[in-house]
Ligand binder design. Structure first.
Ligand code: ADP
Ligand code: MG
Length: 189
């Protein structure tokens, strides 16, 4: 019942010593899955390569191991699947597939600009899950920059309003872990 996770990595594999910007205890608390019972939304923000997807995946694995239906998708794929379904007159069914899982992980919000149509699809998912099911979201953009991702400021505000009402925000920063690994490899050669 694995749900399209891009890779399998656990929290044990996450090195908190290289990521001092984030409070280890606050992240570990997510593993109790109390956020799921309260329909809260953990949100991981920060630049590329610093472990946002890793953390989202590790929580997803924990949720799955406790029997929670979990679905992982990038913001881009979510929107394009909904658009396609809409063209095929199957929007309602597709929307339901994103509302039904106990946990929906929306990865990489902000890499793509969303036109009004796309923003509206995403809004539908967020609004329908509001106070019913958790969303884990990762983004390279701060909330202040959402106005730039989403052309329509009214939709942007309405989306953030629902998403943030019951949320737990984790701000990560620092150097890309991918770059760090690459440097270490080069030094060894
Ligand atoms: P992001 O989603 O923030 O762009 P990822 O979560 O995909 O970054 O991390 C990039 C790669 O680096 C992944 O292979 C991830 O497992 C690894 N990684 C990132 N941060 C850490 C860390 N603190 N400890 C161990 N591995 C990490
Ligand atoms: Mg990522």
């Amino acid at each position: 019942k694995l749900s399209k996770l891009p890779f399998r990595k656990t929290l044990d594999e996450f090195d908190f010593t290289v990521q001092p910007s984030i409070d280890e205890r606050r992240v570990k608390e997510l593993m109790t899955l109390s956020f799921l019972k309260n329909h809260e939304n953990p949100i991981f923000l920060g630049p590329p390569g610093i472990g946002k997807t890793h953390l989202a995946v590790s929580i997803g694995l924990q949720a799955i191991s406790h029997g929670y239906k979990t679905y992982f998708i990038s913001a881009h794929d979510l929107v394009s699947q909904l658009r396609k379904a809409d063209l095929d007159q199957k929007l309602e069914k597709k929307l339901r597939s994103f509302v039904k899982p106990s946990l929906l992980i929306i990865d990489e919000m902000g890499y793509m600009k969303l036109d009004n149509h796309s923003a509206h699809y995403l809004f539908q998912v967020i609004a329908r899950r509001y106070e019913r099911g958790s969303i884990i979201l990762t983004s390279n953009k701060s909330f202040g920059e959402w106005g730039d991702i989403i052309g329509d400021p009214v939709i942007a505000t309405a989306m953030l309003d629902r998403l943030l009402h019951h949320s737990r925000i984790y701000n990560l920063n620092g150097e890309s872990y991918r770059m760090k690994e690459k440097k270490l490899q080069n030094e060894k050669q």
